[in-house]
Design a protein around this ligand. Structure first.
Ligand code: 4UV
Length: 551
C-alpha cells in the first residue's frame, strides 16, 4: 500500500482511508473471487437476442479461451491482443480469457473506422484481434492498412451469421469440450504489471496506450465498495448479486470496463448487454429485466428526463444511478431526480489514466454540481497553472487538478515524453482539468486546460482531426476545438486554411472527415480562416479560437 510523501496542508485526502486494503492478486482471480456464491446465476445476457451465460459457464469459457490462445497462437506473456467488440455477453470471455493467458488487452472502439483501428493496431502492436462477424470486413481492412499479418477471431452474434473465410471461429475457441483445464500455463507477470491498454489522448496530442496494472484496476473496483454512510457508492445493498445492470456504456471505455464489467462481475450482478444506445432497446432492457443499477453519462440522464416514452415501468426497479465522464449541471440532475425521486444518485469523476475513478460524491449528497471528494487511498490537490513546483493551493482557488493513488496508471505505452509530462513528482498525475474545492473539501470542475473535446462522454482528440484535415491536399493548415452543446456536452468545430486555388467548401470537408472517423468525432461546423493563431513555438492558441468563434 502506498504511503504518500508529505506535502502542505492543502492536499486533500480521502475520509474513507481507514481499514481500506487492496487485494494483491491478478484480475482473473479477482473477478471469480466469490463465484461459489452465484455459480448458477446469470452473469451476462444479451438485451437484444437473450443469449446468456451463467457465472460457472462464463468462467469455464474464459479459461478455455485462455488455454486455446496459449496453444494455438504464437503468443508469449505480455503480448497484446485487441478486442474490438460492442457490448455483447462474450466480451468478458474474450477479455478475461486473454488476461488469464497472461496477455495484455487493448480495447478498441467497435464503431471505429478501418483507418482508426489500424492506428491502434500499429501503436499497440496487437498480435491477435477479436471482432464480431458484422465488423469483420472493417477489421480486415484495418489489418491490411497496418500492413501486419494478424489473425482475426470472429464472433457470430446472429443465428444467420456466416463465419468469414479467413477468420477463426470464436465459439470453437471457447468450447470446453476436450479441454484439460490444468493445461493452462500459469502467468509469469504479477499484479503490478500492465494488463490493459485502453487509449486516451491525455492532456495533448494523439491517442496513447494507457498502461494499467491489475492492481490499478482492482484497487479502483474496491474503492467503489466503500460505504459512504448511506450505503456503498455503486450498489445500495449487500446482496448485490441480485442487482441487474442494463449495460449501455461501452465496455471498451474505461468507465464501462472497470465500474461496470469488472466491478459488477466481482459482485455477482446480472448484466444485460446493449451493443449501443437506442431508446427502444434501452427502455426494454430496463422494463423487461428490472434494471436496478445504472452507470450512465449526462446525455443519457438528460434523455431519461425528457424522453416522453419513459414510463414508471422503466424506472421503478432502479435503485442506484452513477454518472460520470462529463460535466452534469446541477439543474439537469435536479430535473432528473424529480422524475425518479426513489433513486440513490451519485456522481463521480475520473480519467482513463486513473482506472478511472478518483473522486466521488457520497450517497445522499444533493450538491450535484460537485464531483465530490477523493476516493479511499486517493489524494487530490489544486495547483496554479504556471507553477512548476505544483504547490497545493487552499480552498476556493481555481487551478489544475492533480491526483494520486493506487489507481494511477504506470505511464503511456512507448511514450516517455508524454508520461513525464503527465506523471510528475511524488506520484501526482496531471488531469488537465481546471477545478477548485470548497471549505467542505468538495471539488468542482470548472473548465478544461487540456485540448481534449468530449462528445457524449467520448474522447475526441483535436490533434487527430487536425492531422486528418491537414492530410487533405487542398488544406494548408487546420485547428479543431470544442463548442458547447446542450445534450452532447461538446461538438468539434474545425478551422481551416485552404491552399491557393482550392475550391473546397464546408460540406466537402465535413464529408472527407466523416468518411474516416467514428460518427461522434464528425466535425459539426467548419470556419475558414486566413491563418491559424499560434504562439511563437507553433502551438495552436485554442483559447483564442474558442473565445472568438465558439462562445
Ligand atoms: O479518459 P476519459 O474518457 O475518462 C472518463 C472516465 C470517466 C469516469 C468513469 C467512471 C466513473 O465512475 C467516473 O466517475 C468517471 O471519462 O476522460 C477524462 C476526462 O473526462 C472529463 C474530464 O475532463 C476528464 O479529464 N470528466 C470525467 N468525469 C467528469 C468529467 C465529471 N464527472 N465531470 C466533468 N468532467
Amino acid at each position: 500500500d502506498s504511503v504518500f510523501p508529505q506535502e502542505n496542508e492543502f492536499v486533500q485526502s480521502s475520509i474513507y482511508d481507514e481499514n481500506f486494503l487492496i487485494p494483491k492478486c491478478r484480475i482473473e482471480e479477482y473477478i471469480w473471487d466469490n463465484i461459489q456464491n452465484w455459480q448458477e446465476k446469470t452473469a451476462m445476457v444479451c438485451g437484444i437476442t437473450g443469449r446468456n451465460y451463467n457465472y460457472a459457464k462464463l468462467r469455464d469459457y474464459s479459461a478455455a479461451t485462455a488455454i486455446r490462445l496459449q496453444q494455438k497462437f504464437n503468443l508469449k506473456s505480455g503480448d497484446v491482443v485487441g478486442i474490438c467488440l460492442p457490448n455483447i455477453p462474450e466480451f468478458p470471455i474474450c477479455c478475461f480469457g486473454a488476461i488469464e493467458a497472461d496477455l495484455i488487452v487493448t480495447t478498441v472502439n467497435p464503431i471505429y473506422t478501418a483507418h482508426e483501428i489500424s492506428k491502434q493496431i500499429l501503436d499497440s502492436q496487437a498480435k491477435v484481434m477479436f471482432c464480431t462477424v458484422e465488423k469483420y470486413s472493417v477489421l480486415e481492412e484495418a489489418v491490411k492498412l497496418s500492413e501486419q499479418n494478424i489473425p482475426i477471431i470472429c464472433i457470430k452474434t446472429d443465428k444467420n451469421d456466416i463465419l468469414p473465410r479467413n477468420s477463426i471461429d470464436f465459439f470453437e475457441l471457447m468450447d470446453t469440450k476436450g479441454i484439460d483445464f490444468s493445461s493452462l500455463q500459469k502467468p509469469i507477470r504479477d499484479h503490478h504489471e500492465t494488463v490493459t491498454l485502453p487509449y486516451s489522448s491525455g492532456t495533448t496530442g494523439l491517442p496513447k496506450g494507457v498502461m494499467l496494472s491489475h492492481t490499478n484496476l482492482i484497487s479502483n473496483c474496491e474503492m467503489l465498495k466503500v460505504n459512504t454512510g448511506k450505503g456503498t457508492i455503486v450498489l445500495p445493498t449487500t446482496d448485490s448479486y441480485q442487482d441487474v445492470l442494463p449495460c449501455v456504456l461501452p465496455f471498451f471505455h474505461i468507465y464501462g470496463f472497470t465500474v461496470t464489467l469488472m466491478s459488477k462481475l466481482n459482485q455477482g450482478c446480472k448484466m444485460v448487454t446493449l451493443p449501443g444506445f437506442r431508446p427502444d432497446t434501452f427502455l426494454n432492457a430496463l422494463a423487461e429485466h428490472k434494471g436496478s443499477v445504472l452507470n450512465l453519462v449526462p446525455p443519457i440522464i438528460i434523455f431519461l428526463t425528457n424522453f416522453e416514452g419513459v414510463q414508471n415501468k422503466h424506472t421503478q426497479s432502479i435503485r442506484n444511478i452513477f454518472s460520470g465522464a462529463a460535466p452534469l449541471a446541477q439543474s439537469d440532475a435536479e430535473m432528473f431526480l424529480k422524475k425518479v425521486p426513489h433513486v440513490d444518485f451519485v456522481q463521480g469523476y475520473g480519467l482513463t489514466e486513473t482506472s478511472p475513478v478518483v473522486l466521488f460524491q457520497s450517497v445522499g449528497s444533493t450538491n450535484y454540481a460537485s464531483i465530490g471528494a477523493p476516493c479511499p487511498k486517493t489524494q487530490a490537490k489544486i495547483v496554479s497553472i504556471d507553477d512548476p513546483t505544483f504547490t497545493a493551493l487552499g480552498a476556493n482557488q481555481c487551478g489544475e487538478l492533480l491526483v494520486r493513488g493506487p489507481q494511477t496508471m504506470k505511464g503511456y505505452h512507448n511514450n516517455e515524453k508524454a508520461t513525464k509530462e503527465t506523471l510528475v513528482e511524488n506520484g501526482w498525475l496531471r488531469t488537465g482539468d481546471i477545478s477548485y474545492y470548497d471549505e467542505n473539501g468538495q471539488f468542482y470542475i470548472t473548465d478544461r486546460l487540456k485540448e481534449l473535446i468530449k462528445v457524449k462522454g467520448f474522447q475526441v482528440p483535436p490533434a487527430e482531426l487536425e492531422a486528418l484535415l491537414r492530410s487533405h491536399n487542398e488544406i494548408a493548415d487546420a485547428a479543431v476545438v470544442g463548442k458547447s452543446h446542450p445534450i452532447d456536452g461538446e461538438r468539434p468545430v474545425g478551422f481551416v486554411v485552404l491552399k491557393k486555388n482550392s475550391t473546397l467548401n464546408e460540406e466537402n470537408i465535413k464529408k472527407f472527415v466523416a468518411e474516416k472517423v467514428a460518427a461522434y468525432k464528425k466535425i459539426d461546423e467548419i470556419i475558414f480562416l486566413e491563418a491559424i493563431p499560434k504562439n511563437p513555438t507553433g502551438k495552436i492558441i485554442r483559447k483564442d479560437l474558442k473565445a472568438k468563434y465558439c462562445s
